[in-house]
Design a protein around this ligand. Structure first.
Ligand code: SAM
Length: 234
């Protein structure tokens, strides 16, 4: 990793261990939030539900090994473990992981199917039937996204599920307009990705698209892709 990448990562990590933690823990919770945060909460939950529906529809969740890379406060890891999957979730932010562990203890009768730890996703090893990485690519510029997806692909025996903010003309304009009204910075830099770029990266790593979804609310936009390893049926 070059200096710029390391620096970007330190910024993201520090953010999710400080102001970002407070902001996102609230958005990913059920307490009172402002209208924008509520909109993002609803949108994010739709992405989570779409993934859960896909996996439940397949009917093989019991005992399935799943890696949730950049698991945040466990919004996906916890319900997956509840449904009987064997889940490994990790996140670069220790605070997010600690929150996820607390939520898991409060929610799950049995936490033995869930392992949570603080780890940069580049440091994840092992093999999982399914690797899932939701709303993390927003922290990666496109040139670094290729390396990141390649690593996740190497961990996935048969399926990779990713979500990202799509780069479309409309969103690019909205972002520009946002930049004309600089307030106190609410977040780190956000990177959008062209769907064609992501699909190409997936194909280069031996994966083909199977299902896709789009979630858009007023302030939350997330493209969800499920890709399966070519030549693997299950
Ligand atoms: N995937 C979770 C979800 O959908 O509920 C959390 C999404 S949140 C917008 C982004 C998360 O990615 C944060 O918890 C952040 O700490 C984590 N993250 C960012 N860069 C990371 C990296 N290089 N390795 C692991 N986690 C990372």
């Amino acid at each position: 990793l070059d200096d710029k990448t390391l620096n970007d990562k330190t910024i993201v990590k520090d953010y999710f261990n400080s102001t970002g933690f407070d902001r996102w823990r609230r958005i990913y919770g059920d307490g009172e939030v402002n209208k924008v945060q509520l909109d993002i909460r609803v949108g994010h939950q739709q992405t989570i539900d779409k993934v859960l529906n896909w996996l439940k529809e397949d009917g093989n969740l019991e005992g399935l090994t799943i890696c949730d890379a950049g698991c945040g406060v466990g919004s996906l890891s916890i319900p997956l473990a509840e449904a009987g999957a064997k889940v490994y979730g990790s996140d670069i932010s220790e605070k997010m992981v600690t929150e996820a562990q607390e939520r898991a203890r409060e929610t799950l009768k049995d936490t033995s199917g869930l392992t949570l730890e603080t780890k940069d996703l580049e440091g994840i090893s092992g093999q999982y039937h399914t690797v899932i990485c939701l709303d993390v690519l927003i922290h990666y510029p496109t040139d670094e996204a290729a390396q990141m997806i390649k690593h996740l692909a190497s961990l996935a025996q048969s399926r990779l599920i990713l979500s990202f903010a799509p780069k479309t003309l409309c969103l690019t304009l909205l972002k520009r307009i946002g930049e004309f009204f600089p307030g106190p910075s609410k977040t780190t830099r956000a990177y959008q990705h062209r769907e064609a770029d992501i699909v190409k990266i997936l194909q280069e790593n031996g994966f083909t698209l199977k299902r896709e979804e789009m979630t858009s609310t007023r302030f939350y936009y997330s493209r969800l892709l499920e890709a399966v390893r070519e030549g693997v049926n299950e």
